[in-house]
Design a protein around this ligand. Sequence first.
Ligand code: MG
Ligand code: MG
Length: 248
Amino acid sequence: MIVLKSREEVESLRKANRIVAEVLVRLSEVVSPGVTTLDLERIASEMIDARGAKAAFPTVPGYHHALCVSVNEQVVHGIPGPRELKDGDIVSIDCGVVLDGFYGDHAWTFPVGEVSDEAKMLIDTGRIALEKGIEAALDGNRLHDISSAIEAVADEKGFSVVRDYVGHGIGRSLHEDPQVPNFGEAGTGMKLRRGLVIALEPMLNAGAYDVEVLDDGWTVVTKDRKLSVHFEHSIAIMENGPEILSVL
Ligand code: MG
Ligand code: MG
C-alpha cells in the first residue's frame, strides 16, 4: 500500500532525514586511514542520541547497529567492527534514524585517502546516477523513469546496477511501498504523485551485478569481489519537483 504524505508529514520526515545528513557529513570528515568501522558507529550513535532520535536499523530484526558500513567489494549491510580503513579503500556508510515516528534514510560512499582512478570513477558515477534518478522523480512521471535514468548513467560508464536490492518508500516505516528498482524501462511502473516520499539508493558495481551474502548473514558483497558504491537520498515528490530531505 502506498501512503502519500501531507506537507506537514514531509516536514517531519525532513527533520529525521536532516539528522542522518548531519551524521554523514560528520563521518565524511572522520573517514581516514586507521579509523575503524566501529569508531564510525560510535560517533553516529552519540550524534543520534544527542538529537533525541533513535537509530532505525535496530528495528530490523537481528540487526543491532546504527550504521551499515561496507568497504570495497562490500555492497551494503556491512556490520561495524574492528576493521581499520586503509588508504585506497572506499567505504559506503548507510544510516537511518527515527524521530517522532518518522524515518530518515541516507547513504554515501567516501574514498579513504588516495583511491584508484577506477574507484574515483565509480564513486562519481554512483553519485551522478542518484542525481539523475532524483531529477526524474516528477509528479506525473512513471516510477521506472527514475530506474531507467539511474541505469543509463551506470551503463554509459560500463558499470552495473545491483538488482537484488532496491530503493523504497519511507515514512512512518523505514521500508514502505513502492519498491524502487535501479534498473527498468522508462514510461512504465506506477504514476508518481505529489506526496510520494521515497528513498532512492543506487548500488553500482565495477564488475558484474551479481551479489552474495557472507556467512555473517548480513554483509552483501559483489560475487566477483570487485568494488561497489552506494548512494541514497530520501526525497519527496512535491509540486515544484523533487525535494531532497536528507540534506542539511
Ligand atoms: Mg539506507
Ligand atoms: Mg534505504
